[in-house]
Design a protein around this ligand. Structure first.
Ligand code: SF4
Ligand code: SF4
Length: 117
């Protein structure tokens, strides 16, 4: 398996937990960095979107209503790939539950440096 797709697979593996158990906490707290183009989705020109209260695109089932067009930062969370370094957002409940552990071990074996932030 390619490293890039392994990172994607790791993110995608969280899916069921995200909606049912975590209930999309990453769409309900903090600030979302967006590009100029992505900001249009939120009807603004600001580079940071306040996600508290929840993101305007989160629906009642804790799903993203603009999923196909969602910003890069949404697509990447909770794993940010910078070359062979992989940053892991430690507050993500999916990570805290150990759901990413096997993937992180595999990626480490493929030469990634894992940094939990
Ligand atoms: S915070 Fe983590 S577990 Fe929760 S919805 Fe976001 S990616 Fe999924
Ligand atoms: S755009 Fe979608 S994925 Fe991104 S914070 Fe909003 S609801 Fe969540």
């Amino acid at each position: 398996m390619e490293e890039a797709s392994l990172v994607d697979t790791a993110r995608n593996s969280l899916g069921p937990f995200c909606m049912r158990a975590c209930k999309a906490q990453c769409c309900k707290r903090g600030y979302l960095p967006v590009s100029e183009k992505e900001a249009e989705l939120f009807g603004t020109t600001e580079g940071l979107i306040n996600l508290t209260p929840p993101c305007m695109h989160l629906d009642n089932n804790n799903a993203c209503s603009v999923y196909e067009k969602r910003p890069k930062a949404c697509r990447e969370f909770p794993l940010y790939e910078k070359g062979k370094t992989l940053l892991v957002a430690s507050w993500c409940p999916g990570y805290q539950e150990g759901l990413l552990d096997e993937f992180l071990k595999l990626l480490e074996g493929k030469g990634y440096q894992i940094l939990v932030i």
